[in-house]
Structure formats: C-alpha cells, structure tokens
Design a protein around this ligand. Structure first.
Ligand SMILES: [Zn+2]
Length: 164
C-alpha cells in the first residue's frame, strides 16, 4: 500500500514530511498494520518496543480526548522503521511533543502535560537544531491550579483535570 491510496494527508513539520492520519484512519491502520513504502507501519518485533502498536494505542486515546493534538508518522531513513510522534497545534504550526503526566509539588494537582524539549523528537529533521531552539523558546505554563512551575519545559497542561 502507499500513502496516496490511503488518502492520508501529509504536512511539513520542521521541514520533514509527516503523514497525519485522522483518528478513523489510525483505527484502520492499527487493525491492518499495512506495509507502507516497503515496511510495516508498526514494528513486529517485541510487543512494547518503540514503534509497536501497543505504543500507539495510548497515543490514540490521548488525541481522542484532546482535540488540538494529532499523531504523525515519518521516515528517518528508507531502511529504518517508521517513527511516530504526538504533535500539538501551536501558533498555527504542528509542534512535536512528548506527552506525560505531572503532579504539582505545591498543591497536588495532577494532569496531562506536553513538553517539546526532548531532542530525540527532532531526529531526521533537516533543521533539527533550529527546531530544538524553537521548542525551548516557547513560553512555559505552570500548574493550572496554583501556577507553580512544573518539571520540564511544559507548553501545555490539561486545564480541565482538577482531580484530587
Ligand atoms: Zn499547583
């Protein structure tokens, strides 16, 4: 199968081609694990290895909940596996991020966060260094309850999660 047959949209993210399926397309891709451009979309090696379908499922749950995010897949080198990345719509551009959870050390707020500062996110981009510098230049956001600084370079927090 190739990308065109699947009608997956592509966009340039940090000057690198990203394929950005819709949620429905991701569900189909997870079911089928197609061979795209000569390689399986999801790694067949160990179940929880990088690029396996088990890694994508929680990403998919995340983007279903938070509509400003998508998942892209991209190629670093023809003989390397597909890479996946969560992307956040930020100032009209797609920004690569790691997602995670933080607990505020001051007030105990706990919730989802996005951090763009991990340089591994930008591997394969022709403007890797610029992209990392851009990521560090974005303003950070604090705890949505008490504005305390959260660990990392946090550019997004789930303001809705006021649990505990
Ligand atoms: Zn707090």
């Amino acid at each position: 199968m190739n990308i065109l047959q699947m009608e997956i949209k592509s966009e340039s993210v940090d000057e690198q081609v990203f394929y950005i399926p819709t949620v429905q397309q991701w569900e189909m891709l997870i079911d089928v694990n197609p061979i795209i451009n000569g390689k399986y979309l999801f790694s067949l090696s160990t179940k929880y290895s990088k690029g396996s379908v088990e890694v994508i499922k929680p990403f998919l749950r995340f983007i279903k909940k938070y509509k400003n995010f998508s998942i892209g897949f991209y190629e670093i080198l023809p003989y390397r596996p597909w890479y996946f990345c969560i992307i956040l719509r930020n100032q009209n551009l797609w920004q690569r991020v790691n997602i995670g959870e933080r607990i505020c050390e001051r007030c105990g707020w706990k919730g989802a966060i996005a951090d763009p500062s991990d340089k591994c996110l930008y591997i394969g981009s022709p403007e890797e260094k610029e992209a990392i510098n851009r990521a560090w230049s974005f303003p950070t956001v604090g705890c949505p309850m008490c504005n305390n600084k959260l660990i990392g370079h946090i550019i997004w927090v789930d303001k809705e999660s006021f649990n505990k």
